[in-house]
Design a protein around this ligand. Structure first.
Ligand SMILES: *[C@@H]1O[C@H](CO)[C@@H](O)[C@H](O)[C@H]1NC(C)=O
Ligand SMILES: *[C@@H]1O[C@H](CO)[C@@H](O)[C@H](O)[C@H]1NC(C)=O
Ligand SMILES: *[C@@H]1O[C@H](CO)[C@@H](O)[C@H](O)[C@H]1NC(C)=O
Ligand SMILES: *[C@@H]1O[C@H](CO)[C@@H](O)[C@H](O)[C@H]1NC(C)=O
Length: 384
């Protein structure tokens, strides 16, 4: 008998009849929660390894109609399929397998919004596929407007939304040019209406030249041509975290920040110094084979430190999806040239693929939050 069942029985004993119905939901769901209860004992979900699992992938990408040509690797010629068969195994607990129907029931009537760059788009696509393939035949509609795209699971009232934002803070057109405003965050009023927010920003902070979508940067009312990009990133995160603290209703809205998603253009990160792209990679980096490999190629590890520092300074519970290390191991997870553009892409990820695990982690975190709330609610109600 798992800890979840014991917990459940204990609750039933504590509770009198009016609420048994309410709590029977917890008991049914507790199959999923079982392994997670152990997590409270200090298991870090983000420390672990990739294990080969014949029962993966969770869905067939050809059954998902939403996948853009950037990410649909199988459709654009990828023929090695082993990369789909890895499951993330934390060192000291198990992740629940993603259950799309359970996810939709748990989030009934709610809005889940991804906010960030194209890696957020990547993760959004993965979640829409995980859910769509779980409720085949159910009423699912799509809606896009100038600011966002949504897939709506009508039978559950669940909207899964992508809101593009390179920097989270604003870029505004002034007479003299485009200004990146480190202290301004104007889209927040739209974001805070959602029930689950999953933020990210990183990819664009070091872009220069024609790929840089601003001409000036503004900090504290002062306009500059440029500034240290890591400092700018830090300042923008502070603006964002202040917004979370002052504007987001923490009883309603759960806030996540997804850590940096690594690229694989430098073979010295996996002991093959001559390699300059991911085109030949078909297996994850094996950390058990004793080979040395370095984290953080393509971005200084400072990014993660700044992020953790800013998040820990926040009184408002922001859950860090600390996916950088696990994703760093997945040199095999990128489209390479198997995309609708035929360009080499070792930055984004195939769908199905690695972002499914990121969403599995969101699911696990939401289950844990729900469990905490149920327990807290029970304690409040019976504490007389
Ligand atoms: C990721 O790797 C860094 C550097 O090796 C380490 O300090 C950190 O604890 C790791 N984080 C996780 C979640 O494994
Ligand atoms: C799906 O849901 C939408 C919005 O509620 C509704 O307008 C539409 O008729 C539904 N379609 C089907 C096939 O039930
Ligand atoms: C990718 O790397 C291979 C060798 O690892 C090389 O032959 C090929 O030209 C590279 N392709 C691109 C587009 O960089
Ligand atoms: C806990 O109670 C609050 C306030 O009544 C409610 O909004 C919330 O949905 C409850 N949480 C769960 C998981 O039932």
């Amino acid at each position: 008998m798992g800890t979840g069942i014991i917990l459940c029985n204990l609750l039933i004993m504590l509770l009198l009849s009016p609420l048994i119905l309410h709590f029977s939901n917890l008991c049914i769901a507790s199959d999923h929660h079982d392994q997670l209860v152990k997590q409270k004992g200090g298991c870090n979900l983000y420390e672990g390894k990739w294990v080969y699992d014949e029962s993966y992938p969770i869905y067939d990408s050809f059954k998902c109609p939403f996948i853009r040509k950037e990410f649909h690797c199988l459709k654009y010629g990828r023929s090695d399929l082993r990369f789909l068969k890895y499951r993330w195994q934390p060192n000291h607990c198990d992740l629940p397998r993603f259950d799309g129907v359970d996810f939709l029931r748990m989030q009934k009537g709610k809005k889940i919004m991804f906010i960030g760059d194209s890696i957020s788009l990547n993760q959004w696509q993965s979640l829409t596929c995980l859910l769509y393939t779980a409720v085949h035949g159910s009423n699912v509609t799509q809606k896009s407007d100038a600011s966002n795209s949504a897939v709506i699971f009508q039978d559950y009232g669940v909207s899964v939304i992508y809101f593009p934002s390179h920097y989270l803070v604003d870029i505004q057109m002034e007479e003299f040019g485009r200004v990146l405003k480190l202290n301004s965050l104007k889209s927040g009023d739209t974001w805070k209406q959602a029930d689950v927010l999953i933020f990210n920003t990183w990819l664009w902070w070091y872009r220069r030249g024609p790929k840089q979508p601003w001409d000036y940067v503004e900090d504290d009312g002062i306009i500059l041509e440029d500034m240290d990009r890591m400092v700018a990133f830090h300042k923008a995160l502070i603006t964002w975290v202040k917004w979370v603290e002052t504007e987001v209703d923490r009883d309603k809205t759960k806030v996540f920040f997804r850590g940096m998603s690594p690229s694989h253009y430098h073979g010295n990160a996996w002991n093959e110094p001559g390699v300059r792209n991911c085109s030949k990679e078909t297996t994850p980096i094996d950390i058990d084979d004793g080979s040395e490999f370095a984290f953080g190629f393509g971005a200084p590890p400072l990014e993660g430190e700044i992020l953790k520092q800013v998040l820990s300074s926040s009184k408002n519970n922001v859950h860090l999806l600390d996916i950088m290390n696990m994703s760093q191991l997945r040199k095999d997870g990128h489209p390479s040239t198997n995309n609708g553009y035929k360009g080499m892409d070792c930055t984004h990820w195939c769908v199905a693929g690695v972002p499914d695990t990121w969403n599995q982690l969101v699911y696990a975190q939401l289950l844990m939050i729900q469990q905490d709330e149920l327990l807290a609610n029970a304690t409040i109600k019976y504490n007389y």
